[in-house]
Design a protein around this ligand. Sequence first.
Ligand code: FAD
Length: 457
Amino acid sequence: MLPPVPQTSRLPRTVIVVGGGLAGITSALACADAGAEVTLYESRRSLGGAASSVRLGGLEVDAGQHVFLRCCSAYRRLLRRLRSDHLTELQERMDIVVLHRDGRRGRLRRNGLPAPLHLARSLATYPFLTPSERGRAALTAVELGGLETEDRRLDSQTFGSWLAAHGQTTGAIASLWNLIGQSTLNLRADQASLLLAARVFQTGLLARTAAADIGASTVPLARLHAAPAMTALREAGVAVNLGAPVQSLAGEASGCRVATRHRSARADAVILAVPPARAARLLPPGALPGGVDLTALGASAIVSAHVVYDRPVMPCAFVAALDSPVQWAFDRSRYAGLERGRYLTVTISDANDLLREPVAELRDLLLPALAQLLPAAREARVERFLVTRVRAATFRQAPGSARHRPGPRTALPGLFLAGAYTDTGWPDTMESAVRSGLRAAGQALGAQAHEGARGAA
Ligand SMILES: Cc1cc2nc3c(=O)[nH]c(=O)nc-3n(C[C@H](O)[C@H](O)[C@H](O)COP(=O)(O)OP(=O)(O)OC[C@H]3O[C@@H](n4cnc5c(N)ncnc54)[C@H](O)[C@@H]3O)c2cc1C
């Protein structure tokens, strides 16, 4: 079950949720579980938003590989609520095989010692750092763990400049800090906000021994999120409207009104759970606090290549790569409905530069890089090479972004915001989306209780 949102003395009546990504799904379920009559509008023909899959070249592929960590408690609770958590795998212990273009191989894995000692042994033998870099990295990790992440001043600096000021060499930043940071923040350290980086490393790596154990879906994301969400929403009594983009939104004396092309509907509360650029277009003027500009959040792209080889090429379920255009590669053969051959997803974060690159160029870039990293790929035949690109995979998690992440409340009493981009304290991830959905639902139901109490008085 999702955690209960604040109970009201008078049950809330009507809630409209706009957007059927993880944030909208979570809000809708939380409001319905609390007794509200909920209607959800989603512009696409399926639920799941960014965390979904499409059919491409005969394969069911995710628009990009999604992973989560053991510390993603809200997301994992949502999967239990959707009864799809059995369709994921979670490592018993964090274990990342790291391959260098030159053939060297390393491993980052934790042991059972209390954090941060759980990584000390792995760091002490990590082959891509010199002995002095290893010592400095351990000290810097302790300092990063001690940063006060409530201090918004951390958002005025890049993670990279902070690392450099703490003695991290360019090599250490590339082979250690970017390995984790670039994939979670979708920006390299020299661009990313120190505030968000500190939160990622503290929550995900340094605070608890088991926090960074890595999980992933064992089925295409549409089967992990979209289909189970549709079932759960219907069972909870939510009216789901797919292929129904909301075109406008306005506050009323009590509640809010939304309009699609074909109809207009009013509710006591509306939760707007769409990406920030779309929210900026839909929000009535003056709805956001002064100084908050959703368009200033920008966008970071993720480009993924989907490669089918005629034989096994990966030494394990996934690898991280150094000094290579391949950042991470995942063996998805078991999960994509492939009858023969092996299917790899290659993920490139912070990929705005590659958005317009033709498929042929990406093929010429990535296949030799895969062959350098994976000896078995040198002999293998490539049967398919497909590309997916998501221009606004996340907002641009750079310095200055914190002040443009709004909370769930707006200036309109009946209008609330959800979405991974909102101010959850987490980077733009599935965990952030679910947390934002819960907070918006809590505020919507709480506000209705408040309005109800005022009305009754
Ligand atoms: C390629 C890629 C890889 C990623 N990898 C990871 C990962 O490994 N781990 C991780 O945790 N996160 C990852 N993310 C980020 C994660 O997917 C997002 O943070 C999260 O799914 C966002 O959820 P959301 O509900 O806030 O927004 P969205 O998923 O964007 O949902 C918003 C929904 O609103 C709908 N909508 C828009 N406008 C309207 C309208 N006018 N009317 C009605 N509906 C509308 C959209 O169609 C969409 O379904 C990745 C993202 C991408 C793109």
